[in-house]
Design a protein around this ligand. Structure first.
Ligand code: C5P
Length: 232
């Protein structure tokens, strides 16, 4: 008897966000009346597709237990790791007993609070019958330069260059094996790159440009603007 495939969300939220120059990690900065991570998690919960959401939190994080959402029945708290990939692996291990190897996992940055249900549904609908899985991505409107020091040494063919966003969607066992094999490799800055190292070719699914990652101080105002103008 085949069991029905489940969807799990994994949210790495153990970063410090140095580029924000703030007094606290960027996921705890305020945006339209809530913290960034509350927006992110409430949107994932409201998408109504996930069996549970595993959130990787730094052990020295005093802010997380204060948030009401941390006690939600569908939220599982896992410990964070040194790099983003370590945090994702830790969150995957926290659902080991309840997830099946062939279930899908959608990894989504805590720092992307403008994620929409339409993007999540589009990603799932595009990949649910795929062997490997894939990611939301955006093409580049700008011309992209290869630079050494402060000099241009080449121009990339932008038809072949995409910006990797999240969620990134893979089968539980494939993702866990890929991250375990790649452990300690600094070049792994997203889940897809761990699968690429295994010789696999994840798909890209065109995402919405409003799914920005809060990285620099001005991104908070931009995220607020997008939230005010999103209707789905
Ligand atoms: O720093 P960056 O914007 O690339 O982080 C992307 C996401 O990964 C953030 O949500 C951050 O909290 C998370 N992260 C993590 N553990 C780390 C580093 C980053 O969970 N060690």
């Amino acid at each position: 008897m085949s069991h029905s495939i489940k969807f799990w969300a994994v949210v790495p939220a153990a970063g410090v966000g140095k580029r924000m120059n703030a007094d606290r990690p960027k996921q705890y900065l305020e945006l339209a009346g809530k913290t960034v991570i509350e927006h992110t998690l409430l949107r994932l919960l409201n998408a109504d597709v996930f069996a549970a959401i595993a959130v990787a939190i730094s052990e020295e994080d005093p802010y997380w237990p204060e948030l009401e959402v941390s006690a939600h029945e569908k939220i599982i708290t896992a410990s964070g790791g040194k790099e983003r990939a370590d945090s994702v692996l830790s969150a995957l291990k926290s659902i080991r007993a309840i997830a099946s190897d062939t279930d899908w996992v959608l990894v989504h940055d805590a720092a992307r609070p403008c994620i929409t249900a339409t993007d999540i549904q589009h990603l799932i609908a595009s990949l649910v019958n795929d062997e490997v899985g894939g990611i939301l991505a955006l093409s580049s409107h700008d011309t992209l330069k290869n630079v050494q020091g402060d000099s241009i040494v080449g121009t990339l063919d932008r038809r072949h260059i995409w910006r990797a966003l999240t969620p990134q969607m893979f089968r539980y066992d494939l993702l866990r094996n890929a991250l375990e094999t790649a452990e300690g490799n600094q070049a792994i800055t997203d889940e897809a790159s761990a699968l690429e190292l295994q010789g696999l070719q994840p798909k890209i699914v065109e995402g919405r440009p409003d799914n920005i990652k809060i990285t620099r101080p001005e991104d908070l105002a931009l995220a607020q603007f997008y939230m005010e103008h999103q209707h789905d």
